[in-house]
Design a protein around this ligand. Structure first.
Ligand code: GTP
Length: 249
């Protein structure tokens, strides 16, 4: 991680993770609404991200689009899968713009890059430019998934994290980690503090879809699954506190 200012280098010394890729689900942005974006939830997330940014951490974000459109469900309704997936990618751009606006409203400098060109709205995805933005302490938001149908935003997150050489991918969810069984259905389910990639395969646990998960494993990129709705979780995690479940090689 070259070319950061001495000021930033000093701050980064205290952080366990200096460059993160934060993956947020589109559904999480709905809050308690059935559809779209809950402004209150959006602002809560923006504040959490701002706190980590203020501490000097370099942040990239990938967000899903399920609160607006889901390609797979559209296919069940008779829509062509590829068409539906492209609509889903556009939905992620809407969410990315919402996060961008919320962060900039709080004074955090951001850049939005899209995997599908839309010059009037945002920059195209250019890896080297994204890394430069991070080094200049701008939060970089990656929109439009991978730009290809048949891939999820989890896969986009894994891919971008590897490309920008993030230290970790942080998957913000509604649950506070990976459990032996679904904690919402099984009261005896227990949480893993850490788990190996192999164990996740062996136990048939769901962390991300297989493409995303395998990309992380093969590139030795740790994943942390954590509860994004709990205040200060993100900041504590980046400092190195034990939050959520760490998946490691
Ligand atoms: P550096 O000058 O390299 O530090 O980065 P910069 O992002 O400030 O420079 P640039 O001149 O590339 O961008 C200035 C502004 O224009 C930023 O807000 C960019 O996000 C935006 N921008 C750059 N390229 C595009 C583009 O293709 N489309 C859109 N809509 N905005 C862009």
């Amino acid at each position: 991680m070259a070319s950061v200012s001495p000021w930033l280098a000093k701050r980064l010394e205290n952080m366990k993770y200096k460059r993160i890729l934060l993956k947020l689900s589109g559904e999480a942005l709905m809050g308690n609404k059935g559809f779209g974006i809950d402004q209150e939830r959006l602002m809560e997330y923006a504040k959490e991200i701002k706190a980590v940014h203020a501490a000097g951490c370099q942040i990239a974000i990938v967000i899903g689009g399920g609160n607006i459109f889901r390609g797979i469900q559209a296919e069940k309704g008779g829509m062509d899968r590829v068409h539906g997936d492209y609509m889903g990618m556009l939905a992620t751009v809407i969410n990315s713009m919402a996060i961008q606006s919320a962060l900039e409203g709080l004074g955090v400098e951001t850049r939005l890059q899209s995997a599908i060109k839309m010059e009037q709205i945002c920059e195209p995805f250019i890896r080297r430019k994204a890394v430069r933005h991070l080094e200049k302490n701008r939060v970089v938001i990656f929109g439009a998934g991978t730009g290809n149908p048949y891939f999820t935003t989890d896969t986009a997150a894994a891919l971008r994290a590897i490309e920008i050489e993030a230290n970790v991918i942080l998957k913000g969810t509604r649950v506070d980690g990976i459990y032996t069984a679904d904690p919402e259905k099984d009261k005896n389910a227990t949480k893993f503090a850490t788990i190996k990639f192999e164990e996740v395969y062996d136990k048939g646990l769901e962390v991300m879809d297989m493409t995303a998960f395998t990309l992380c494993k093969e590139n030795k990129l740790p994943i942390i699954v954590f509860d994004m709705n709990k205040k200060n979780n993100l900041s504590n995690l980046v400092k190195g506190d034990k939050v959520g479940t760490l998946v490691e090689v």
